[in-house]
Design a protein around this ligand. Structure first.
Ligand code: ADP
Length: 424
């Protein structure tokens, strides 16, 4: 027989109508609100839609108007069902786009017949004069609902902002509180492990203490990241910018990351950066940015892959246009950290720069700085971007997409202002 979509939030009504119509030989698909109704209608293309008017979210009138505007759905008859028996309800339903009206409570003996009539082509109509009156009323109702929704959204937004501030405060307090005991533990371990400390430690003891030291170093890095993100968010990140050779920055970052690349049997290759003009930057912070990017390259590239670092000067007055939101003017150096790893999906390419954002399953968290796909806490790129933005530069990603088999790779672009304008 026919396929009927019933949009109704009340379970008892849904069960009743389903039973009655199925007994009459129809198939019934259901939706509990307007948005679901629209989706189910698009997926199932029913022969007729029974629309309860009082449903949560978008009401039945609004859902009908939307359905009637969708190509492929606009010819499906929609029959309003409502318990409201105020005068004008029928006209309002027809004005909103319904093709018929069945008052509630539903008469189970009559329903199959009523449905058959509409399936057979019956359509109710409203006079042009009445339609004008109800259209005005309907548009006024819509504006009122819109106003109410905007007020609700504004309030929800303010609450979200407050929650976000509380979370930032928590991160800041937790990081500050954790720093002292970590420093104390690290200090005692350094004393214990110092050559000639006189503690007579055997090899097993030294191995255990080295394990503890590794754990504490890891904790230290996490706490430092938490403090950095707090500073970036609060706009209190201090930079000590000096003119410097980018070669030194890249060499230091490569030296620090080389052992991790070796563990993974990867090639970490940097071009010779000696010829590039000096940049204006905080050397420690720039090393931190490149360590983060190279380390990500190592983690998200399979064993045996390659991480390559190369640069180019961007002349802002020349042919190359920077389309990124960069505060400073003048010529820039662009350094690219390219890997042969899994790549990053287009939808994630901006989101990965958000705090605590991770593309993958958090169960893959790893304390290791080299394990394949072993993610950290998701702050590295947010910090890198915060640092580069504070430099008047930027960092962004270019990648064909994410594919664990094909490994299209990623290119992380870092823009750093030059110390002085250069002539070509
Ligand atoms: P994490 O501490 O998780 O590495 P990041 O902020 O450094 O946090 O990175 C955020 C996410 O971006 C990572 O979880 C990862 O999914 C993705 N990502 C970062 N760099 C790369 C890369 N070079 N290749 C593929 N994915 C990457």
């Amino acid at each position: 027989m026919s396929k009927i979509l019933y949009v109704e939030d009340n379970l008892a009504n849904r069960l009743l109508v389903k039973r009655v119509l199925e007994a009459a030989g129809h198939t019934v698909v259901e939706a509990v609100d307007g948005l679901q109704g629209i989706r189910v209608a698009q997926e199932t293309l029913p022969d007729l839609i029974l629309m309860d008017i009082n449903i949560p979210g978008m009401d039945g009138y609004e859902t009908t108007t939307k359905l009637k505007s969708l190509p492929g759905l606009k010819d499906i008859p929609i029959i309003a069902l409502t318990a409201r028996v105020m005068t004008g309800d029928r006209e309002m339903a027809l004005t909103a786009g319904c093709d018929g009206y069945i008052p509630k409570p539903i008469d189970v003996d009559l329903l199959p017949l009523q449905v058959a009539e509409f399936l057979g082509g019956k359509r109710e109509e409203v006079s042009a004069a009445q339609e004008r009156i109800f259209l005005r009323q309907y548009s006024q109702q819509l504006v009122e609902r819109l106003e109410q929704k905007i007020a609700e959204l504004t309030q929800a937004n303010a609450e979200l902002q407050r929650t976000d501030e509380l979370k930032s405060r928590f991160i800041s307090i937790a990081a500050h509180e954790l720093r002292t005991p970590i420093t104390v533990m690290k200090g005692y371990l350094t004393i214990l492990l110092a050559p000639g400390s006189g503690f007579n430690l055997d090899d097993k003891m030294i191995e255990i203490l080295r394990g503890m030291e590794k754990g504490i170093d890891r904790l230290h890095r996490i706490v430092d990241d938490m403090l950095d993100i707090t500073k970036i968010e609060g706009g209190t990140l201090e930079l000590h910018r000096v003119p410097l050779a980018i070669k030194d920055v890249i060499n230091r970052a490569v030296q620090q990351q080389q052992p991790f690349a070796l563990q993974r049997n990867q090639r970490l290759i940097a071009e010779d950066f000696s010829a590039y003009p000096p940049v204006l930057g905080d050397p420690e912070r720039l090393v931190q940015v490149f360590c983060n990017l190279i380390n990500n390259g190592i983690k998200y590239t399979p064993d045996g892959g390659t991480i390559r670092i190369y640069g180019r000067v961007i002349y802002t007055n020349g042919d190359l246009r920077i389309t990124r939101p960069i505060a400073s003017r003048g010529d820039m150096l662009e350094v690219i950290v390219e890997d042969t790893g899994i790549g990053i999906a287009p939808d994630d390419q901006e989101r990965i720069f958000l705090r605590f954002y991770e593309v993958k399953d958090p169960s893959l968290h790893s304390t290791s700085q080299s394990r394949y796909l072993g993610g950290g806490i998701g702050l590295g790129l947010a910090i890198a971007r915060g640092i580069m933005e504070a430099h008047g530069g930027w960092v962004w990603v270019e990648s064909e997409g994410c594919d664990h088999k094909r490994c299209p790779g990623s290119k992380l672009h870092v823009i750093i202002p030059l110390a002085t304008s250069v002539t070509r």
